[in-house]
Ligand binder design. Structure first.
Ligand code: PDD
Length: 278
């Protein structure tokens, strides 16, 4: 069952209005929330980011935090998720329906849609690591907003796949930003390096969790921009996201990262992360 604009429906009953601005312009925002053992993980952080994204695109959300949480919890219940289930919860809000003009219309009602899907943790990939390809960051200059406009992310992922890699590592003028749907960390001399949380990257919730866990365990963290040369000399690389958690990258552009194996820092952070979610 999906929640769409105030109703509970099945996916095949769903009709999108032809002039929904999410559909026409990608004019909307979203969140992907992890469900571990039937329970939402870091809901409050996702909600805070959803409200921030809304503010940044000048969209007034007509729901309270409590109403949104209730929708999320009902999604879990109506889809019979139990303490045996790991899943994701997807929630999006479009600006609503209006004649197709670029101007932001006034007086329209945002349209909300949410669903849950069962999804296992990617433990095999976390053990083995992913391969990545450097790709130019062709996205816009407000990557801090979690908007439905994801064509840039779709294309960079495809470019990496066509080059034979599993993931893209994005660079803007030689400075590493993040990956197509995750943040990137480099490990050098037992310290972590990641792009600052500015307008060029999504302020990932997993990124922040990794930073907090690292600092709490005496691992230095530098939120500093670094370039391709630094990346290529890193001891270890990993990406972070709601679905991937702490995911090692063991090769870039066909060259091994460090030893080419999943390294000790990534293993330590994976352990700390796992302790945090259960
Ligand atoms: N992606 N950077 C980008 C561009 C992202 O799309 C995401 C999340 C992240 C990681 O953010 P978080 O740790 O809060 O999930 C970083 C989600 C999962 C997606 O689009 O499916």
């Amino acid at each position: 069952m999906l929640y769409v604009d105030g109703k509970w429906v099945e996916a095949d009953e769903l009709a999108v209005h032809p002039e929904d601005r999410g559909y026409n312009f990608g004019d909307g925002i979203y969140e992907v929330v992890r469900i571990y053992k039937g329970k939402m993980y870091q809901w409050d952080a996702h909600l805070t980011r959803l409200f921030r994204s809304a503010r940044e695109i000048k969209l007034d959300l007509p729901w309270t935090a409590a109403e949104l949480k209730d929708i999320a919890q009902q999604l879990i219940v109506k889809n019979n998720l139990t303490t045996d289930d790991d899943a994701i919860l997807y929630l999006q809000v479009t600006r609503g329906v209006a004649p197709r003009l670029h101007d932001i219309p006034s007086g329209i009602r945002p349209v909300i849609m949410g669903f849950v899907r069962r999804k296992e943790r990617p433990l095999a990939d976390q053990k083995k690591g992913l391969t990545a390809q450097l790709v130019e960051d062709i996205r816009w200059l407000r990557c801090d907003i979690k908007t439905l406009n994801l064509l840039g992310a779709v294309l960079v992922k495809q470019y990496a796949k066509e080059a034979g890699a599993q993931e893209s590592i994005l660079h803007r003028n030689g400075i590493i930003t993040e990956c197509s749907a995750s943040n990137l960390f480099a490990v050098k001399d037992n310290a972590l390096y990641t792009h600052p949380a500015d307008n060029l990257v999504l302020h990932g919730i997993t990124r922040q969790t990794v930073i907090d866990l690292a600092k709490a365990n005496g691992i230095p963290v530098h939120e500093e921009a670094f370039d391709i040369q630094f990346l290529k000399q890193a001891d270890e690389l990993f990406l972070s996201s709601t679905t991937a958690e702490v995911m090692p990258i063991v090769a870039v552009d066909g060259q091994p990262v460090g030893s080419g194996q999943v390294g000790p820092m990534v293993q330590k952070l994976q352990q700390l992360f796992e302790q945090h979610i259960y």
